[in-house]
Design a protein around this ligand. Sequence first.
Ligand code: 5GP
Length: 143
Amino acid sequence: MSETIFEKIIKKEIPAHIVYEDDEVLAFLDITQVTKGHTLVIPKEHVATIFDYSDELAATVFSRVPKIARALQRAFPEMVGLNILNNNGEQAYQSVFHSHLHLIPRYGATDDFGLKWGTNNDHYTAEDLKALAETIRAAHEEA
Ligand code: 5GP
């Protein structure tokens, strides 16, 4: 595993503006501040992407998200929403390969966050969707 900048932040080798920390999870301000309060939530254990989490690590990290989200909401009462984003792979805009969740507070239609959300209903019949769901169900790992 090659070390990412986030391992250095976890080890306090480089500074970060920490907003939450416990033994397993760290949350700190994203340096780019897409919107005010833009926060990254990361596991201290190294996992590169969502595909690498154990169930336990996922439960640990995701369980912290609502309380950090509520802290943002209390800190910035003018917030009108929150996007939670997790990029996996270069094509999906991941640039740091230590998994992280972006918590991006929203302040209105003209704040500096945007998302392209295509609508492709016309391209899929009910049969297509049934087949897709079957393919995904068949691909699940054994419990
Ligand atoms: P990704 O593109 O991988 O989903 O997001 C990586 C994020 O890490 C980017 O939003 C970027 O601004 C942030 N980032 C990169 N280097 C640093 C750093 O040294 N400190 C902090 N606080 N954030 C960083």
